[in-house]
Design a protein around this ligand. Structure first.
Ligand code: THU
Length: 134
């Protein structure tokens, strides 16, 4: 699946957002272990329980046994295109074997694009290597 296909999937996923409180609809399409997974943000009346699109997508991937994050596309209506929140960056990092090799692209309906590597978005992130041996 090409980058353009992934962009199309993220835009499609955005339609599934449940965002009655913020009205900020977010869709994500990610390639993980060669498979594509999508997600959208899901809010809650207890605001802190809301879940971002990127984490909805990566959790679906992991639940299907896909563990190696390769590429991320996010779709919002923001201009300039918005970048993933800190919590999502950390969760995405967990599944990136090489964060410098994972491209994160954000798009909007105006056709604007912004791209980063995951390593740029979360440099020197916590990756669990500091944890004591099990
Ligand atoms: N949101 C995402 O889905 N992804 C992000 O990276 C940033 C924020 C959602 C969470 C909440 O539902 C709404 O956008 C406003 O913060």
């Amino acid at each position: 699946m090409s980058k353009d296909d992934l962009v199309g999937k993220a835009i499609e996923a955005q339609r599934g957002a449940y965002a009655p409180y913020s009205k900020f609809r977010v869709g994500a399409a990610i390639r993980v272990s060669g498979q594509v997974f999508t997600g959208a943000n899901i809010e809650n009346a207890s605001y802190g329980l809301s879940m971002c699109a990127e984490r909805t997508a990566i959790y679906a991937a992991v639940n299907h046994g896909a563990l190696e994050l390769q590429e991320v596309v996010v779709s919002t209506d923001a201009s300039p295109p918005s970048s993933p929140c800190g919590a999502c960056r950390q969760v995405l990092l967990e599944f990136a074997a090489d964060p410098a090799n994972v491209t994160v692209t954000s798009v909007n309906p105006a056709g604007e694009h912004r791209s980063w590597t995951l390593a740029q978005l979360i440099p020197d992130g916590f990756n669990g290597r500091e944890l004591p041996p099990t």
